[in-house]
Design a protein around this ligand. Sequence first.
Ligand code: F6P
Length: 542
Amino acid sequence: MSSLNNLSSWKEIGNHSNKISQKSLNEIFKEDKDRFNKFSIQEKDLLLDFSKNHIDNKMMKLFSQLLVDIDLKGKIHDLFNGEKINTSENRSVLHFLLRGSYTSKTKELYENDVKKGLDKLKLFSKKFQNGELKGYSGKIIKNVINIGIGGSDLGPKMICEALKYYSNRSVNNYFISNVDPSNLSEVLLNVDPKESIFIISSKSFGTIETLKNANVCKNWFYNQSKNSESLKKHFFGVTANTKRAKEFGIEENNIFPIWDWVGGRYSLWSSVGLPIILKIGFENFEMLLNGANEIDNHFREQPFNNNIPVVLGCLGILYNNFHNCETHAIFPYDDYLKYLPMYLQQADMESNGKNISKNSSEVNYNTGPIIWGDVGTNGQHSFFQLIHQGTKKIPCDFIGFVNSNNEKEELHEILLSNMIGQTMALMKGKNGAEVEKELGNKNKYNNYDILKNSKIFKGNKPSNTLLFNKLTPYNLGRLIAIYEHKIFVQGSIWNINSFDQWGVELGKVLSDEVYNKLKNKDKSYIDNSTKGQLDFIEKFRQ
Ligand code: F6P
């Protein structure tokens, strides 16, 4: 494929974007009373309203042409058919098989293995649920401690929190990810080893943070139980590297497999989801998979102009590449989704934070945006100020649920009204005349001009709204799969490999080097700043 910049559809998107940006969102809404119908997608009880964006019919047509030019159809086919699209690691990308999204080719090759893996998880979760899983002292297990980082932490942690309402409240989930001793200490302080299991979750079983934490936990556990045999009842592994997990001391039967074709940040659907299964039960986990499967089918089958991940992907490209937006904000209006922005940071930024194209040349356009966000309404009372009146344009996704899992008087109506009110305010803003009217008689103020100008909102800020019926396992599966495929669409347009992560390697290598220097008090061959820091640590380290 020739460079994106040379495609006429790409250039035309740029030209047309300049043209339509001359009109405000407010103005285009006044001109077109049917805008919501034109620019929204309803998939049963799920709505995407993307009408508050700087787009028109022509823009959507230009994006359709771009998707033909980059052969998105062919790329989706290759993805689902297991072609080795992760070219730098020579791997297929097939995590969606775990939610039953097969082609005839992948079904034949992988279905049996996937089923075996799921059956093992199901059996284990039943034993756990029935109280058959007992610790070395005969006590029932109630603490599930996950040791993992990145994709082996963020997905399970986010979902366990998100689906707390559907969970077994007597099961306590803990997550040890950081190599910071404080993370681990705060968990171990709270648990009785007799009632706890450790799940060491690492696709590679080679991630230093995870292995170091696992070792400390193993020693802590041994010091408490004084019996090495008891490890068998309390230590479990989730990995694609059974050999290393066994060397660590985990029983073969306690190892839950994942496969080479499940990327870390896409792995919550696999055995990495074991903490989720133990918290919400296997049936609810299956609902999560089913919801994601529905979106896989939607993504594969719907025409692009009615395809939620495709539309979201294109809108993101519009702002990232043609409006020079550096960031993209995600605001779930549901407290249970407090870890969603953090989860999506890894999913998106580790996937599309790349500067080398699939042709192995450096790209000459912007790729992945900075992803950030928090739950509403909390964000409204902190950083929303900058979105409304700062100097930066920040496209936002608002995620809401028509019904709450916990209806209490009218709190949910207030929450929803806040969400919708924000999208309106971002779009409409408030002009000088409106502020003047609101302030009334000028003479009442000794600071009229500054007050008036400070109260003006320029508006014209774009946003998407995703509305689901309720936060259920099924709908959460849909939500995550929407973002996964959006990321794929964007990576396909930018012609980058969304499935490797070489950018994290250098830091790992250098931290090993620094660690050795720190240990050996060796300060040779390091830059002056690093030497200064090591000297300082040496002086004050007790
Ligand atoms: O360092 C980045 C990374 O490879 C992530 O992509 C991954 O999710 C995480 O580390 C953990 O890897 P593993 O599951 O192999 O321990």
